[in-house]
Ligand binder design. Structure first.
Ligand SMILES: [Zn+2]
Ligand SMILES: [Zn+2]
Length: 176
């Protein structure tokens, strides 16, 4: 009794040798591969990481195995370009913050400038007011300086005459 391989038609004497043939014979495996048959039990080992895979999965794994030198480089390249991207993002964030800070600073500076202008104007107005007030004060002082002598003389004259009249009248009334 013989067992015929359904992929490559090779005849084998036992079921177990047929299974082994289908799992290990490269020519037969190639045929299985070309037929897109996944032979779950056919396991091959990755030379770099020593993990075992089905033949189909190994070829996929080979592209990403990080222990494979070229893949390692590719992996590092990817990592570098990822970090570059991150750096660019951070640079953008920094320049955005710089812009925001500069804008804020410009805003505060212009507010301070406006305040300074207002204070200057207030000081100017105060000086004007002070000048006007002191001019008026000087004028008033001058006016007052002219007045008291006449006023005093009049008052004194008037007081004396009034008092003397009054005293005379009183004296008169008193003694009558
Ligand atoms: Zn075969
Ligand atoms: Zn591997």
């Amino acid at each position: 009794m013989s067992y015929e391989c359904k992929y490559c038609n090779k005849k084998l004497s036992t079921q177990s040798s047929l299974t082994l043939h289908q799992q290990t014979t490269i020519a037969c495996l190639s045929i299985q591969e070309s037929m897109n048959i996944i032979t779950v039990n056919t396991r091959v080992t990755c030379d770099y990481c020593k993990q075992s895979f089905t033949k189909n999965n190994l070829s996929k794994h080979m592209k990403v195995c990080k222990f494979r030198p070229n893949n390692d480089l590719t992996h590092k390249d990817n990592e570098i370009s990822r970090l570059k991207d991150e750096l660019i993002k951070k640079d953008n964030e920094i320049s955005r913050l710089k812009d925001e800070f500069t804008h804020q600073l410009q805003l505060e500076t212009s507010i301070l400038k406006v305040k300074l202008e207002i204070y200057k104007e207030m000081a100017e107005n105060n000086r004007d007011t002070l000048d006007k007030l002191s001019a008026r004060a000087m004028h008033t002082v001058e006016e007052i300086a002219k007045l008291p002598i006449e006023v005093n003389n009049n008052t004194i004259d008037w007081d004396i005459s009034e008092n003397s009249n009054y005293e005379e009248d009183e004296e008169y009334t008193c003694c009558d």
